[in-house]
Every structure is written in C-alpha cells, then in structure tokens.
Design a protein around this ligand. Structure first.
Ligand code: ZN
Length: 318
C-alpha cells in the first residue's frame, strides 16, 4: 500500500477555490498532481514524459499509452464537467455539516435529485481510507441503536432499529478520533471484529459489563469494565463515547428526521467520522484535498451498486 504523500497544496478559502478551479484544465492539473505526487510515470513503461489531449487524457510520449484521471474512479464515464465534481467535493468537505442532495442539486443546477444523491453517496464511500491508523491509548467502546420508533432490547437486533458500534479515543478530558460501524447485532461475533479492526493492540479499552464484551483478548488489550446504576445516566461512566453517540443521534435526527434506509446508514456514518476526525483541522481546504486524493485513488462504482449499496469493501484501490 502506498501512503499518501503530504502535500500542502490546497485552496485556503472559498475565494481561492473559486479563482483556482474555475477551468477544467486547472482541475485536471490538480488531479494529476495528487495522482502522481512525484511526477507522471507511465503505468505501462515508466516513462516520465507525456502530453495531454484535448479531452484531458494523459498520453505517454514513448509508448502512447493513454491514462484518464477519471476512468476507473467514482467519476468513471461522468458526463458532467470536472469543475462540477470539484465544487461538489468542496462543498462536501468544507460546509460545517456537509451538503445534502437537495442542496447539491440546487447548487449545481442538476435536473434530477437522483444524480446529486448518487454523487454524494459516491463521495461518502470515499471518505474512509483503507489502511488508516487504528485508534490507540484509552478507547471507550459502546453500542447504540438508530432509527425505529420503539425502544428495543439490546443485542437481539431490535425491530426497525439499526445497531451501531462506536469507539472513541480519550485524550485526557478531550476526545481523539472515532470509529462508527453498523452491525447486525451486539453479540461478541460483531463486537470482537470491530475492536480488532479498529483498536490497536496494547490499548486500554473501556466498556460496560455487557456479556458481548467478555471475550476481549486480554493478551492484546487492557480491558476495563465499568458499571453504572440503571437509573443513572450512562454518560457518567462512559462520557466520551456517549457524547459522540448523542452527537450522531442529533445529526441523524436533524438531517434525516431519524428516517433513513438502514442499508445506507454506514455511508452517512462514514461521512460523519470523516468530518469529526478532522474537526480541529485549521484549514478547510485540507479536508478538500484529502477527498480529492481519495477520489483520484478510488475505484469505479456503478449507479446500481450505489442504489443497492453493494459497494466493494475495498473501495480505494491504493
Ligand atoms: Zn509509456
């Protein structure tokens, strides 16, 4: 796996963005810079020299192999100008609580809501990077449910509700990074893979006394169980993860009035995690740059895959 090269080249403000990315040429130049941070190299023969066709295809001067910056990514065979994608990525990353499909449709003047929604889903699927570093240090883990009307029983896949697992790094009194995952239930079969996948061995994990957490590997983790009195607020014993859970619930209620298709919930949570983990980023443009990097390294998703949510697990090809 190649790590993304940190380049600090990103627009610092809306004005700078508007000025810089008003032409297709400028957008393609930026894409090429993020795709080939060390300069162009032909995938076929490794030659460093190229010329760019009028359709922004990069052509090797030695073997004439053609490379498109959008083919094979989520922008595959898009009919809209690349400047539209750039604006969508800018709004997606820089607006405080993101952009919804109605906003995006209006902002870009799309004829259909469906196109705007599909674009947003594709961007959401690019908001999580494979191989990202696991959470470490003190990590609070808990499960909660979203959606549905009635309160259901824990661990049994309460009717009409979706089970979600949350993990949060505690850095003293402050919060670090988070992870959110939709799971079929809260049994240890769901909890253990979530912990193993998201928390670095050697970390100190804090959970409540739910039996699903019993099998946490004592050799890998220092597992602390906290108990709370049923009548009291659970946030008194797991304050970090409970703050995050309440924020997620508020967003889901605010954005979707609590109604959403469970199969799409993970993509909304991925977007939330992207935003949350970059909340202290000083520059709005840096988040934009991250998404462009992840989009240029993504693999194509068909419209049907977006609708059915059958997205390959390894979306990012890097
Ligand atoms: Zn070549």
């Amino acid at each position: 796996m190649t790590e993304f090269i940190i380049t600090e080249d990103f627009p610092k403000s809306q004005v700078e963005f508007d000025k810089r990315f008003s032409t297709q040429r400028a957008c393609y130049e930026y894409l090429s810079k993020l795709k080939w941070p060390d300069g162009f190299s032909c995938v076929k023969c490794g030659h460093p020299d190229y010329w760019v066709s009028s359709k922004y295809i990069y052509i090797c001067t030695r073997c004439e192999h053609q490379q498109s910056l959008t083919a094979g990514t989520i922008m595959h065979s898009t009919k809209k100008p690349i400047t539209y994608w750039f604006r969508a990525m800018w709004w997606f990353t820089t607006r405080k609580s993101g952009v919804n499909a109605v906003n995006l449709k209006d902002l870009l003047g799309f004829g259909s809501y469906d196109t705007a929604w599909t674009w947003l889903q594709k961007l959401r699927h690019c908001s999580i990077r494979n191989g990202r570093e696991k959470l470490s240090g003190i990590v609070e883990v808990d499960d909660f449910v979203l959606g549905g009307q009635k309160s259901g029983k824990r661990g049994r896949g309460a009717k009409g509700k979706t089970n979600v697992l949350a993990a949060v790094e505690k850095r003293g009194r402050r919060l670090g990074r988070i992870r959110l995952q939709v799971v079929p239930d809260c049994s240890s079969d769901s909890l253990m893979p979530f912990i193993e996948h998201n928390v670095k061995p050697g970390s100190h994990i804090i959970t409540d006394g739910w039996k699903g957490y019993y099998p946490v590997d004592k050799k890998k983790y220092n597992h602390q169980t906290v108990h709370w009195i049923k009548s009291a607020d659970k946030s008194s014993v797991l304050p970090g993860v409970h703050l995050v859970i309440s924020l997620v619930k508020r967003v889901m209620l605010g954005t979707f009035q609590g109604r959403f298709e469970p199969k799409h919930l993970q993509s909304y949570l991925d977007e939330y995690v992207f935003r949350f983990n970059r909340r202290n980023s000083k520059s709005v443009g840096k988040k934009f740059m991250r998404i462009v990097q992840q989009v240029v390294a993504s693999i194509k998703i068909t419209h049907n895959q977006v609708v059915t949510c059958e997205i390959p697990a390894l979306l990012l090809a890097n």
